[in-house]
Design a protein around this ligand. Structure first.
Ligand SMILES: [Zn+2]
Length: 337
């Protein structure tokens, strides 16, 4: 593909893309995402998830700015894959990450996602699912469970499901804002009691429920179904690197850049800074997430405003961009390894 002929849409230059959130009703959700995201919450029921970057057939993120406004992420991937994905363009037909904010007012079901070791449990077109959380808000009584206590066996776990003592087998974290929690595929996990997190995960919707705390779905008036056999097949018993991640400070000037997660499917840094610093990278896409404060991405002489809860996809061809903050700012920056 040549880079001349910029009049034709397919070869036009890409610019930083902002996406509107897709809100999802969840029985365990709340209304706290209204304080985090600028797009108003629908209705007055519980909203558990805001999908802020999604290339899923059923829920496509739509571009919210510029000439491509209204286009689905999947369309952008199709028409501009090289400009968007750069050196990764031959590896991915759809965007490989799914990004969300979760408001877990109640406990989510205790669940597990499959790894690549279980292709038989992954529907065609989906993938394994490793995920991670960055805690945004937590309350007294908030809880995260990530992983099994050592010594837990399939037998003892199965027995605990029967007598409602599963929590006794789970590694427990009392979350506070800023905590980073890694959930590799195969980890038994859940969270809730008024915790709000940013969630990064592989672009997959495969979840197996192990236990649901007796929740009744108000829509069906019934217990939600469990998928015990699939869940037990996926669970990784024994040692794991799940749980609280230790941030690694890479640089402290002109911005403090801490690496929170570095796994085979995503790398995520937290940036704490003020004034002028650099975001993005040559020949690969990056995602920026506004967590606190505000500022602007400068690209091609144009400013793109970044506020709390905003998601920006920096296309590969934008490369490194200057970020001008207005005072102290906290951002997340995400790369695909
Ligand atoms: Zn999960």
């Amino acid at each position: 593909m040549t880079r001349d002929g910029q009049q034709t849409v397919g070869k036009a230059h890409l610019y930083p893309l902002r996406f509107d959130p897709i809100y999802q009703y969840r029985l365990w959700g709340g209304r706290r995402l209204s304080g985090l995201l600028s797009a108003p919450l629908p209705g007055d029921g519980p909203v558990g998830e805001a999908w802020v970057l999604s290339d899923r057939t059923d829920h496509q993120s739509l571009v919210a700015n510029g000439p491509l406004k209204g286009q689905a992420l999947g369309q952008v991937m199709e028409q501009f894959r090289e400009q968007l994905m750069g050196k990764l363009s031959s590896r991915f037909r759809r965007f490989p990450l799914l990004l969300k904010f979760l408001d877990a007012h109640e406990m989510l079901s205790v669940q597990v996602h499959p790894s690549d070791a279980h292709p038989d449990l992954i529907p065609v077109g989906d993938t394994a699912k490793t995920e991670a959380w960055v805690v945004i808000e937590a309350a007294k009584g908030s809880h995260i469970y990530a992983g099994l206590k050592s010594g837990t066996t399939a037998g003892s776990l199965r027995q605990s499901l029967g007598d409602g003592t599963i929590a006794d087998h789970l590694l427990s974290i009392v979350p506070k804002p800023g905590d980073a929690v890694f959930i590799p595929a195969g980890t038994v996990h859940t969270l809730g009691n008024d915790v709000v997190v940013f969630e990064i995960q592989q672009n997959s919707d495969v979840t197996f429920r192990l236990y649901d705390w007796g929740h009744i779905d108000p829509e069906t008036k019934e217990l939600r179904p469990l998928q015990m056999d699939q869940a037990f097949a996926c669970i990784k018993f024994g040692a794991s690197d799940c749980g609280l991640a230790e941030p690694r400070v890479e640089i402290t000037t002109p911005v403090e850049r801490e690496r929170l997660f570095d796994c085979h499917v995503f790398v995520l840094w937290r940036l704490l800074g003020k004034n002028l610093f650099t975001v993005g990278a040559a020949a690969e896409p990056r995602v920026l997430v506004g967590i606190e404060g505000s500022g602007q991405i400068m690209h091609d002489g144009t400013p793109y405003a970044v506020g709390k809860g905003d998601i920006w996809l920096l296309p590969a061809e934008a490369g490194e961009c200057a970020f001008q903050s207005s005072g102290e700012v906290t951002l997340l920056e995400i790369a695909i390894p």
